[in-house]
Write a protein that binds this ligand. Sequence first.
Ligand SMILES: *Cc1c(COP(=O)(O)O)cnc(C)c1O
Length: 391
Amino acid sequence: MKPKILLSAPHMGGGEMKYIQQAFDQNWIVPLGPNVDAFEKELGQIAGADHVAALSSGTSAIHLALILLGVKPGDYVIGSSYTFSATVNPIAYLCATPVLVDSEEETWNMSPELLEEGLKSEGLKSEGLKSEGLKSKGLKKRPKAIIVTHLYGMPAKMDEIMAVAEKYEIPVIEDAAEALGSKYKGKPVGNRGKFGILSFNGNKIITTSGGGALISSDEAMIKRARFLSTQARDPAPHYQHSAIGYNYRMSNVVAGIGRGQLEVLQDRIKRRREINRWYRGVVGNTPGITFHTEPSADFYSNYWLTCILVDPKITGITSEQLRLAFEAENIEVRPLWKPMHLQPVFADCPAYVNGTSEKFFRNGLCLPSGTRLSDEDFLRIEEVLRRELSR
Ligand SMILES: *Cc1c(COP(=O)(O)O)cnc(C)c1O
């Protein structure tokens, strides 16, 4: 059996051990310290963020953002349906209800039109706004937040989404877990909404093995996030608490990995985009194959994963058959995310659906996009693509 080709393996830059060694030398083996402070500063510069709280995961960053926005049991929070479950799980942690919004065709991310139609159908502003098209889901109150995901690195249509959010006065959280380094209208994603969140999990474009960050232009909110993420300890010599705390801070060892990874982020983005171009060179002109593509110069994707849609009526092969052909060659290829409104655990949640993300799920694949892939790996991938798509 040939060695396994992974979808997106971690890729260390070389500088990580230096920062980890410093943490060991200074005995800062705790969830705070000089690497954490420096990582927040360096990440803020790269992500275009004014204020950063380094946390234990992207999921914990979303959880804290919802807490900071005052989400309580019985509330509603709108989320992209087409995403990874970690985007919406924290809504359930707070005993609030996710309201799922489907995608549009261009970016594959949340449809601003569907978002507006959905809110309109609820008659939240005034009875006169009742929509003709979409049926109300009977929301009993205004949603407390909108979480919009920039999936696979592709920025969502933020101008349009922010316009709807502002009209209905609902704060926005940008889930940029997959989109570090991606830009919308020349600016890094994650900074248009009230909060942005980032992830440094093992398969992301850079990794700290596990980790995340909450970003915002609101300094007081980020200070509060740091406080809540370290058990909410009031300033007193004894342990005094006037709020419920969490153990969500990033450790000083992990932040050392992050500092080393930030040094190579631009190289990693460059390489992911090269890999995306390489795939287009191989099957870009194949009838029935559609790439996840920047709709215009306003969108700059880090192309964390290169994704395609396969139209079996034209190619003569389904995406699942193509995936199995890769699997037979020990090459990891994955179906696209299964939308949240199709997940058993969220089946009862209100959802504004147009069939778009379901179509992506039925026909789509993520192709190996890791920056450690070798020339030989690409030959093996190309061989399968050419063989399976030329029948
Ligand atoms: C990875 C990911 C998360 C969660 O981040 P973790 O650091 O793994 O908790 C959230 N949303 C999306 C879209 C992700 O891909």
